[in-house]
Design a protein around this ligand. Structure first.
Ligand code: MG
Length: 254
């Protein structure tokens, strides 16, 4: 591994380029291409780079490679609730500290009762995944097979299982300032309002960047890149696929 150029010695000053992972650096749910890794490594000689993913670090290691902590200046998993700067973990908050055990127990008990009473064709396992910055709730359970996952997505599209679940949770816990985000095929995320991808900006602002670029594919309202893409301090770039990301990078940083 070649030594990392200090931030202040990179030719384009005070500039950071942040990327969504799924659909932006990699095809959805798949791994990064060699071309993308080379493009990023060239870019890193000019500016500071980082990724901001919604899922946990384990998933990003699968998608971006084992050396991910060394390939990016900043690694933000779970929207920045798990954060690394130059491979060193940064201090961050957690969902459980924010909500407290008493409220959390009420919430998770409600969710598990609700799933127990759901009349759906298949239930598997891992209905609630407890993460650092959020919980992920899945009516079918996260360890279903790929075929079962596709089946559930279709069933949910027809009957709005997740949409109704979220509406019922909002009605049951009006006192909690939570955001419910339906994403992917089988689940939805629950996190404190404001803990979307803009959370990661708290970490980079300490460094004094004056230009913050962000690349993402779900920049429409309701998409998980929407808030950071539209943030007043951020120059947003909406992309359709990793090839599109490379194309725009070549134009911006020739
Ligand atoms: Mg994406």
């Amino acid at each position: 591994m070649s030594p990392i150029t200090p931030f202040t010695e990179r030719p384009i000053k005070n500039t950071i380029v942040l990327f969504d992972v799924d659909g932006t650096l990699t095809p959805a749910r798949l791994t990064v291409s060699k071309e993308m890794l080379e493009t990023l490594s060239e870019l890193r000689k000019k500016v500071v780079i980082g990724f901001v993913g919604g899922s946990d670090l384990k998933k990003q290691v699968e998608q971006l490679g084992e050396s991910v902590l060394n390939d990016f200046d900043y690694c933000f998993a779970e929207n920045g609730l798990t954060a690394y700067r130059l491979a060193e973990e940064m201090a961050s908050q957690s969902f459980i500290e924010w909500i407290g055990d008493e409220q959390y127990n009420k919430l998770v008990s409600f969710i598990l009762h609700y799933i127990a009473d759901l009349d759906i064709p298949k239930k598997r396992g891992t209905f609630v995944e407890f993460r650092n910055g959020m919980i992920n709730v899945s009516p079918i359970g996260r360890n279903c097979t790929h075929a079962e996952r596709c089946e559930f997505e279709k069933y949910d599209l027809e009957r709005g299982i997740r949409r109704k679940f979220v509406a019922d949770l909002k009605a049951a816990f009006p006192n909690l300032d939570l955001t419910y985000s339906i994403g992917g095929q089988i689940s939805f995320d629950v996190f404190p309002t404001g803990w979307d991808k803009t959370y990661s900006l708290r970490h980079v602002k300490k460094e004094g960047f004056t230009t913050i670029h962000f690349f993402g594919d779900k920049t429409f309202e309701g998409g998980n890149d929407y808030e950071i893409y539209n943030h007043p301090d951020v120059t947003g770039h909406s992309v359709t696929c990793p090839e599109d990301t490379i194309k725009i990078l070549k134009e911006l940083f020739p």
